[in-house]
Design a protein around this ligand. Structure first.
Ligand code: SAH
Length: 213
């Protein structure tokens, strides 16, 4: 588990690429500049870790493209101390970005293998999520609600109601919505029953699945 000068240099180049693609939030760029993404990937893909691409992880899943991670995180507007719920822990990379921004992170993963692997791995690197949960993200995590923000990192065929309900007033849900291609969508909770909706560009994610294994 080494992080060398070479890796650090490659990370700074990646940060430059993300800036060129329009990412502006310095705190998000700094987080990506400090997190050793190569350690979140299987050793066969180490050389690809700092390209702006998604890559396979265990259980047929992917670690999201750095641009996608940056774009979603920028939309969340995370402040230190915010309670953030993530759906789709996967490799734990997005969770590490949220921890680096000072969020209190709750993250749900439905694949047992990934859940176990990432639960061990994240604390080893010093990223301490409040809770990593094995379960179904469609239901959210009502016992810890409300959340300042909720981020879904898999393609959702529709917007799960519980995720909107578990937002604090003023809270933000960032969710890619669609089947083959997803539209990045931001919901801001303005009141008990009032939500503002903003749509951004198209992205491609692995699907948010409904039934457990
Ligand atoms: N945030 C991850 C991206 C992982 S890809 C990272 O940074 O690496 C999306 C993840 O969502 C996969 O691990 C997949 O198993 C998980 N997923 C799919 N459907 C889910 C559901 N209903 N509940 C929780 N996780 C789900």
């Amino acid at each position: 588990m080494k992080d060398t000068y070479k890796h650090q240099g490659m990370r700074q180049q990646l940060v430059g690429v993300l800036k060129d693609k329009g990412i502006k939030d310095e705190r998000v760029l700094n987080a990506i500049g400090t997190i050793p993404r190569h350690l979140f990937m299987d050793s066969g893909f180490l050389d690809h870790a700092y390209q702006d691409k998604a890559f396979p992880i265990a259980a047929d899943q992917t670690i999201s493209q750095p641009y996608t991670v940056a774009f979603q995180t920028e939309l969340l507007n995370v402040e230190p101390g915010d309670k953030v719920l993530e759906i789709g822990t996967g490799s734990g990379y997005q969770a590490a970005v949220l921890c680096t921004l000072g969020a209190k992170v709750y993250s749900i993963e439905r694949q047992k293998e990934l859940f176990k692997k990432t639960s061990k791995f994240l604390p080893k690197l010093g990223y301490r999520a409040k809770k990593l949960i094995f379960g179904d993200g469609y239901k959210g995590l009502p016992e810890e609600a409300p959340y300042k923000s909720v981020i879904v990192t898999a393609g959702a065929p529709f917007v799960p109601k519980p995720l909107l309900q578990q937002l604090a007033i003023g809270g933000r849900l960032v969710i890619p919505v669609g089947d083959d291609v997803q539209v990045m969508t931001l919901f801001i909770r303005k009141g008990e029953k009032e939500f503002e909706k903003h749509e951004f560009g198209e992205f491609r994610f692995v699907p948010l699945l409904e039934d457990k294994n």
